[in-house]
Design a protein around this ligand. Structure first.
Ligand SMILES: [Zn+2]
Ligand SMILES: [Zn+2]
Length: 263
């Protein structure tokens, strides 16, 4: 069985946000309280984290995540990256370095901002005093493996920074991050009907650098997964409202939501 945990369902400001408060969200509904985005994947043979939210410390403690095989980065915006220092605790517990993956531009930003956390490629760093992360560059549509889990990175278009989506096991699970469009070559890498699709609904309305609900529903129809979870939601997205606006196998995420996928 594969287990997926939505560690944070919010967009960059979280809900409530300092600027907009609860916005369009009903404050009475606990599912509307959202921290920033990371997603945890527990495959039968591997444990993988996508993105390190600024709220990562809290997320790892709440969900008792003490071990990871790898971290995959979608892009280098702060709401997806700036909890990177919290990976030190994973290093400490396991007394080992940790592999991190991203496209060349993402890895370049990580190198510029968090050089002190990086170990030399192929060489462990000091796991006690600071995080020890081994950087790996990935190429869109070129498959790689974390243990037995097959991963194909794909290019996402139209965000204001190069962004990568990830396909697990030829399409068993598809994880899309901040985007306006998905590269056609990337869509071709989905070789089976996905059991799960993760899609970022920042706001229902289309924005300059983010797809809106209409575009997202079009992609869901095209990819045709068994189940879709909408994450990365700002205060414009009320849980019940989004639930009412979407087909019955499409669900808004909430913090600490667990999805279990049977074989
Ligand atoms: Zn984001
Ligand atoms: Zn972003």
């Amino acid at each position: 069985m594969t287990k997926v945990v939505i560690l944070g369902a919010g967009a960059a400001p979280g809900v409530p946000s300092l600027c907009c408060g609860w916005g369009n969200c009903n404050p009475e509904n606990k599912k509307n309280r959202r921290i920033r985005t990371s997603t945890y994947y527990e495959f039968p043979d591997s444990q993988i984290l996508i993105d390190t939210s600024p709220d990562l410390r809290q997320q790892l403690i709440t969900n008792q995540i003490n071990y990871l095989d790898a971290v995959l980065y979608t892009h280098a915006h702060a709401d997806h990256l700036h909890g990177i220092d919290d990976l030190r605790e994973i290093n400490r517990i396991n007394q080992d370095s940790l592999d991190i993956y991203g496209c060349p531009i993402t890895m370049e930003y990580i190198q510029q901002r968090f050089d002190y956390l990086l170990a030399e490629p192929g060489r462990k760093g000091d796991c006690i005093l600071r995080a020890s992360l081994i950087p790996h560059q990935i190429t869109p549509n070129e498959t790689f493996y974390i243990k037995e889990t097959k991963i194909t990175p794909i290019k996402l278009l139209g965000h204001n920074m190069p962004t990568t989506g990830y396909i697990f096991n030829d399409g068993e699970i598809v994880h899309i991050a901040d985007f306006r469009a998905i590269d056609d070559k990337g869509l071709e890498q989905i070789k089976q009907r996905p059991k799960l699709l993760i899609m970022p609904l920042t706001t229902p309305e289309e924005k300059r650098f983010h797809a809106g609900l209409e575009t997202i529903l079009q992609y869901i129809e095209k990819i045709n997964p068994e189940k879709t979870i909408l994450n990365h939601m700002a205060s414009e997205c009320d849980y019940d409202e989004i639930n009412a606006l979407t087909p019955k196998n499409v669900y808004p995420a909430y913090d600490n939501m667990i999805i279990e996928l049977k074989e």
